[in-house]
Design a protein around this ligand. Structure first.
Ligand code: R5P
Length: 282
């Protein structure tokens, strides 16, 4: 049975349709003191696939509760799909006395599951933090479909680390060039500065590809760095459209025509489902 967290309702429903697995209907309650209680009434069977993006601390606790609830209801085999793994960007200790948060989260998630599936974690190396077998899948190629028709697109990664993603989208799209910017982040202020790459975006449709768009700072800086080169249209494509606070309007103000993302994080910009990528490994 597929068991959706409150953050992955749409993805789990699409996954159920795609795989033919029955879909549970968990309930999500909150006590007056703020504690959450996620339950799975009517769970049946021995195998549970929990699908829950840990986009917040509450979502993480809900996931741990769902894992416990299905075991309590008789599940003997639990797979946990993290469409978006929160804390994956804290994959090392950034200073004296600081935790490796990704490791702390991975250990907690591992206690209630037999297997983990991660969709495009920020750093693939986070798999090493899990105590159970962990599979990584990529939904990046699926971002090609909603892009529409471009004559000579340029797929740009905001930093070298995202080049593989940009290449995956370009390859799925079928034509166009790939390049990357050089990005520097000031970890004290959070400010990002970007220097453009070698290719010429003048009069071309540009697709800026990243794993996550959170505050929109990285993509906005990339757009600003392109402004003197007169690109035709700019689309931001990301696997995880986190888009916190005013990120969407910030991107629009910067000159981004469209934001295309998957439903690993369910937002209005989730124009394509990551379900086919996940279904492949279930
Ligand atoms: C960082 O290395 C990631 O790949 C993203 O570029 C970053 O997390 C995006 O965050 P924001 O939208 O806040 O700049």
């Amino acid at each position: 049975m597929l068991v959706p967290g409150s953050t992955s309702q749409s993805l789990a429903a699409t996954l159920a349709a795609e795989t033919g697995r029955p879909l549970a209907t968990p309930t999500f309650d909150r006590f007056p003191d703020g504690e959450t209680c996620a339950s799975v009434p009517g769970f049946s069977g021995e195998s549970a696939v929990i699908v829950a993006a840990t986009t917040s601390n509450d979502a993480l606790v809900e996931l741990l509760q769902l894992q416990d609830a299905v075991r309590e209801a008789g599940a003997t085999e639990v797979t946990t799909v993290l469409p978006y793994m929160g804390y994956a960007r804290q994959d090392e200790s950034f200073g004296e006395g600081q935790p490796v948060s990704a490791r702390a989260v991975a250990r907690a998630v591992s206690t209630g599951t037999d297997r983990v599936v991660l969709v495009d974690p920020h750093e693939p190396a986070v798999t090493e933090f899990y105590d159970v077998p962990t599979t990584v899948v990529s939904a990046a190629p699926l971002l090609a479909e909603p892009l529409g028709e471009f004559a000579d697109p340029l797929f740009l990664a905001p930093d070298e680390g995202a080049t593989e993603l940009a290449t995956a989208v370009r390859d799925a799209y079928g034509h166009g060039e790939t390049d990357h910017f050089v990005k520097e982040r000031d970890y004290d202020t959070g400010a990002v500065t970007i220097h453009p790459g070698e290719t010429d975006p003048t009069d071309r449709d540009v697709v800026i590809v990243d794993d996550i768009v959170a505050t929109g700072s990285t993509v906005s800086e990339a757009v600003a760095a392109l402004s003197e080169r007169d690109p035709r249209r700019i689309v931001a494509a990301c696997v995880h459209p986190m888009l916190v606070g005013n990120a969407r309007s910030r991107l629009a103000a910067a000159g981004v025509d469209r934001v295309v993302g998957t439903d690993t994080v369910e937002r209005p910009a989730s124009t394509v489902s990551a379900a086919p990528a996940v279904a492949n490994v279930l």
